[in-house]
Design a protein around this ligand. Structure first.
Ligand SMILES: C[S@@+](CC[C@H](N)C(=O)[O-])C[C@H]1O[C@@H](n2cnc3c(N)ncnc32)[C@H](O)[C@@H]1O
Length: 263
């Protein structure tokens, strides 16, 4: 399956997120799309930062207490502060991390993701999440699938429409890893915003973005964790997931976040 076209005239999720996080790898269409989204949903910048912070806390939890040393990070995004291997290797330098994204701009920056601690290793796969066979085959060159792996799907699954069977794709990935492996997800949620804002954001993605975004309910997000035990506190807003300071934050992140352990 091919990646996305490199068309800078249409807004793209990776570059919009980069803009929100204060990066430089974005174009006029990405910035215009974000400005329009901010009109609909003023907490969007808070949500982006809260999502990135969730990724950091989840990886710290996985490399720390959970003792995970192998990561498959799908939907990596344009490298920025606190990439998965940096967070994991700060705790366990021997951690191995395979990154996957289908955006040509992320591929162009992949070198930044390949600077690993010498005790560990990183790799990058240019692939579409829906192409699980390619991802698993290539990832097995660095990761040992007989040992636990943490699969991180952070702010990516809402870019997969129901017609592409996102639950089936996640199940296929988790079937390939042994018990004791983990899954971390953040996902644009329904039930977190009022109807008008929700509808505005969805119709915005239809009109202005290369990807169509599908928000999902808490139950649908919990459904990705079939055969797994959810790590407390379960499926909650990303800014509420094991918040280290104890504070929820000053906005509505409108994203569900959860981590589960395969039985
Ligand atoms: C919002 S960014 C999230 C980056 C990072 N995971 C984080 O949360 O900080 C989503 C990323 O998922 C990638 N993505 C979206 N759909 C994808 C697909 N079907 N296959 C691979 N990557 C995809 C986009 O290119 C983008 O880089």
């Amino acid at each position: 399956m091919s990646g996305t076209e490199f068309d800078t005239s249409v807004a793209h999720q990776a570059r919009m997120y980069d803009y929100l996080l204060g990066g430089k790898d974005n174009y006029a269409a990405d910035r215009a799309a974000i400005e329009a989204q901010l009109e609909i949903y003023p907490d969007l910048a808070f949500a982006a930062l809260a999502n990135r912070a969730f990724l950091g806390r989840a990886v710290r939890y996985l490399a720390g207490g959970a003792g995970i040393r192998q990561f498959l990070d799908i939907g990596t995004g344009i490298p920025t502060a606190g990439n998965t291997h940096q967070v994991a290797q700060d705790i366990a330098p021997e951690s191995r991390v395979v990154y996957v994204d289908y955006d040509p701009i992320v591929l162009a920056h992949a070198r930044a993701l390949l600077v690993s601690h010498e005790a560990g290793a990183t790799d990058y796969i240019d692939a579409d999440l829906r192409d699980t066979g390619t991802i698993l085959a290539q990832a097995s060159e660095l990761l040992d699938f007989s040992e636990p792996v943490a699969v991180t799907l952070v702010a990516i699954l809402h870019a997969i429409p129901d017609s592409d069977d996102p639950h089936g794709k996640v199940a296929r990935l988790m079937d390939a890893v042994p018990p004791g492996s983990y899954l971390a997800i953040s996902h644009m949620g329904t039930g977190l915003l009022d109807r008008e804002t929700q509808h505005g954001l969805e119709s915005h993605s239809d009109r202005m973005m290369q990807q169509r975004l599908t928000a999902r309910s808490r139950e649908q997000v919990a459904g990705f964790f079939e055969g797994m035990d959810l790590v407390p506190p379960g499926v909650v807003r990303v800014d509420e997931w094991r918040q280290e300071s104890g504070a929820g934050g000053a906005g509505n992140s409108a994203l569900w976040g959860a981590v589960g352990r395969k039985r």
